[in-house]
Each structure stands twice: as C-alpha cells, then as structure tokens.
Design a protein around this ligand. Structure first.
Ligand SMILES: Nc1nc2c(ncn2[C@@H]2O[C@H](COP(=O)(O)OP(=O)(O)OP(=O)(O)O)[C@@H](O)[C@H]2O)c(=O)[nH]1
Ligand SMILES: [Mg+2]
Length: 218
C-alpha cells in the first residue's frame, strides 16, 4: 500500500492525455485543396456518414462540449474543419456523406475534394471511420475502407451510439462487423463508442496518440 506521507502525484492515464486533448482548438475550415495547411506533420481525419456522430466524438475526445458543431440536422459539417492538437498535429472533421438533401453540384464538389484529400494527403496518418452501430458498413463506408487499403492508410472504426443498444446487442454488432472486416477489409480495426456515456474513449485516445505520435516525432 502507498505510504500516506508520500506526496508524489499518482500518475493517471487521464492526466497524461488530458493535457493534450483539452488544449485542442479549432483552427479553420477548408473549402478547397488550395486552402489546406502545408502537407507536413501528422493528422487524423474523422469520416463517416452524415449524422454518424463525428462532431460529437471530437467533442468527447477533446473534453470540450462545443468544439465541433453537433446538430440534429444531417449534413451540418460541410467543410474540412481543422483542429490544432499541437504544432504540426491536427484532427480533421470531414463532411458527412450520404445526406440526400444536398444539391448535386455541391455533392460533386465535396466528393472530389474528399477523394483528393484522402488519396493525396501525406500528413494523413490514419482514418477514424464512424458508423452508427445500427447502420454499419454502408456502400460508402466500404468504398472508403477500400480507398484506405489502396494507399495503405490505417483505418479504425468507431461503432457510435453504442448506448442505443443493450450491452449484449452492441457486442454482437461489433463481433459481426469484425467478421465482415476480416473477410473484406483485413487492415481495419473496430471498437464500440458512445459520445453520450464516454464508452470507448480510452481506446480511441490510444489510437489517436499512436497515429499522431509525440511532439518530438517528425
Ligand atoms: N445517443 C447518442 N447520440 C449521439 C451519439 N453521438 C452523436 N449523437 C447524436 O447524433 C446526432 C448527430 O451527431 P453529430 O456529431 O452532429 O454527427 P456528424 O457525424 O458530425 O454529422 P454531420 O456533421 O452531419 O456529418 C446528434 O443529434 C447527436 O447528439 C452517441 O454516442 N449516442
Ligand atoms: Mg459534424
């Protein structure tokens, strides 16, 4: 047992990562490739169908309730939103796909921007792909995973809104997803997540830490 007179602080996981995430701030929104920050350093992008919970996940993971805009209206995030974690370390909130009420011309513009960003961005070290646990692996999700595999970009899936299912049903959905991934997208990993209860936050932080690396790494 610890000596009660010992005043050295007990190191906790929360303390070690909190500093990094609580300091995250919104940098700017990008509407064209030319506006992207220099393609150096490291970044992780949050992708997924509209309404999957990307902005909510960013808020939970940074411990800031209103950093990214959350809305009941799908299609809310319509730009590439850059968040600064540390110098040369970014999180990127991507526009959600699959939202029907977006005019064709805008959808084409986004599709192209997204594709060129995902295929050409050297700083991109990993894709966090969010899927509503009740609607996993849509065609677009699969296309994205194929795109990641083609450029050897690691992908990790957050099955979001896990709080909407019982614990047993959520675990069954995860197991089923993992079987689908093993068959068709062997490079991708997956976990349960809930922005409401905080389920899975430690595992997601660990993944982000791994991809972003420490400040000292190139
Ligand atoms: N119950 C529950 N609701 C969630 C969770 N995550 C997000 N939501 C809700 O789902 C809706 C969409 O969340 P957003 O975070 O805005 O989703 P998004 O993926 O950023 O959506 P777009 O920006 O439109 O692409 C909001 O009403 C959130 O409150 C979760 O883990 N549990
Ligand atoms: Mg959003």
């Amino acid at each position: 047992m610890r000596n009660p007179k010992d005043t050295t602080p007990i190191p906790t996981r929360a303390a070690s990562t909190d500093g990094r995430w609580r300091g995250v701030r919104f940098l700017y929104s990008v509407n064209a490739l030319a506006q992207l920050p220099p393609d150096t350093g490291r970044e992780v992008a949050f992708a997924g169908r509209s309404n999957a919970g990307k902005s909510s996940a960013i808020n939970l993971l940074t411990g800031q309730r209103q950093l990214a805009r959350v809305s009941k209206t799908p299609g809310r995030t319509q730009l590439l939103n850059f968040f600064l974690v540390e110098p040369d370390r970014y999180l990127v909130d991507l526009p959600g796909y699959g939202y029907a009420r977006v005019p064709d011309s805008i959808r084409r513009h986004w599709g192209e921007l997204l594709e060129r960003y995902l295929t050409g961005r050297a700083a991109l070290r990993g894709l966090l792909l969010l899927m509503d646990i009740r609607h996993p692996l849509t065609d677009m999700d699969r296309q994205l995973l194929d795109g990641c595999a083609a450029r050897e970009l690691p992908a990790h899936i957050l099955l979001t809104k896990a709080d909407k299912l019982s614990r047993g049903a959520a675990l069954a959905a995860l197991a089923q997803l993992k079987r689908g991934l093993a068959a068709n997208h062997p490079g991708a990993s997956a976990q349960l997540f809930s922005a409401l209860t905080g389920q899975g936050i430690g595992e997601a932080h660990a993944r982000l830490d791994h991809w972003l690396g420490s400040r000292e790494e190139p």
